[in-house]
Each structure stands twice: as structure tokens, then as C-alpha cells.
Design a protein around this ligand. Sequence first.
Ligand SMILES: Nc1nc2c(c(=O)[nH]1)N[C@H]1C(S)=C(S)[C@@H](COP(=O)(O)O)O[C@H]1N2
Ligand SMILES: [Mo]
Length: 260
Amino acid sequence: MMRRDDLNRRGLIGGAATGALGVGLAGCERISASPQVNRALAVGEGVTRRAQRLLVDRMALAREYPPQAISRDFRPNGTTAPDSDEYQALVTTGFQDWRLDIGGLVERPLSLSLADLRAAPTRTQITRHDCVEGWSCIAKWRGARLGPLLDRAKVKREARYVAFFCADTLELTLDGSGDYYETIDLVDAYHPQTILAYDMNDAPLPVAHGAPIRLRLERQLGYKMAKYVMRIELIDSFEGLGRGRGGYWEDRGYQWYAGI
Ligand SMILES: Nc1nc2c(c(=O)[nH]1)N[C@H]1C(S)=C(S)[C@@H](COP(=O)(O)O)O[C@H]1N2
Ligand SMILES: [Mo]
């Protein structure tokens, strides 16, 4: 039976990413994906139908809701106000001096302002946020789609994951392993609903929910959706980050792939 691990070994998940995937996937919008994904979806390339189905499933859209479903009070969780002087200074100036750096295994590192992000290809979605602690809230998110940004940065072939580094430290440790970070693979990075959200319910993202931007990754649990993202890096392994398991909560025992 073909499992996610097999896909990984075959290099279908977590490969380098450029190019565009054609139309016609059930329930999907036009998706730009990695050459590996494109190849896997093409017929007669030696990839089993089950592997194709797994990939198509990974790319299916999360459920979206009508405006009436939006939660009156969306519960903030984890860090609700990073306390570093650096972050406080950014808040004071309305994030005017904030830049999102996209680097690592890319040919063209980017440094983007909020205005740059607002001018980038965008998506708006009303989705449900599920926290591993057992609560859910629905909100409307608007943000820059991650895929086109990665295309702009030109992801190198050897890249397998996208790492998000946040402004907050959730646990004070000597080695910095208490800093919040997350990693996702390139299939998720290129999913059409994967956005760097700068608006929540038609207003700028509040500090409690991750200002100036937070990741929305609608097929996975809440802890994957890094708030206060300061820097993005394309990497080939997450062993060297934190305690090596791919994220702040993963380092403390949670699953790396938190599919819902
Ligand atoms: N930087 C950062 N991102 C984070 C967290 C955090 O503490 N710090 N908490 C995570 C968890 S467990 C959840 S459920 C959501 C909470 O998002 P919310 O505050 O918008 O509800 O953010 C996730 N992303
Ligand atoms: Mo959570």
C-alpha cells in the first residue's frame, strides 16, 4: 500500500518547486506546484494511481464557509503579544519598517514590505481553525498566496521544506529552542489556500492573531499556522532547527503532519 512515506521516498513530496499545474483536478483550482507533483499527476510516469490519489487529496481544498458562519469571538491562543523590544517597535510604527525576508535555498532572495505583500497575488477564504486543544473558530482570512511568492524567489531544486521563523519566544531556553517556528513541505506551500494572511475579518490582522502576517494552512491543525512571521527560509532538512522535529510544538511531541 502506497503511503505518504513512499511518496516522500519517491521525492514527490518535498521536492523543488516551480512551474504550474494544469486544470482539471477534482475540487481544485488551478494550482501551481512542483515539477515532481506535475510528473506524479501525469499518466504513465510509473507512479501508481494510489500515489496520484494521495497527492490529489493533499491538494484538495479545505471547506469554506459563508459570512454568517464567522465566529463572533475568535479565541487567540499561544502568544498573544510578543514581548521583544524589536517587535514592540514594529507595532509602534504600524509595521512600516517590517520586512519579510524569503531566503535559504532560493535563487532570488526577497525582502518584502507589507505593501509588497498586499500587491502580490491574493486569496480570501472563510475557514475553520481547529486547535489540537479541542476548540474551533471560523474567520475570514485574506493574504498573499505563498506559491507565487516562492516562484518569484525561484526555489532551488534541492529545497524540500519551507521554514517560518516567528517573533515570539514561548519558552525561555539557553539555546533558543523556545522560539516559535514551523515547517511545511512544498505540496502544502503550493496549496491554493496556503496564504500569508494580513487581514482577518476585513481588518488588518490584530496583534493577538499574529500581526503583521500569519500563515494560514487550512488542511492542518492550528499549531502549524505560525503567527508573527518575520522570516521564511527554504531548506532541505529541518534537523538543524530547534530540537530537530520541524516546529515548536513538534519539538514537544506533536505530529509534524497535523492533517485534518
Ligand atoms: N508564533 C506563534 N504562532 C502560533 C502560536 C504561538 O504561540 N506563536 N500558537 C499556535 C496555536 S497552538 C494555535 S491554535 C494558533 C492560534 O491562533 P490564534 O491566536 O489566531 O487563535 O496559532 C498557532 N501559531
Ligand atoms: Mo493550537
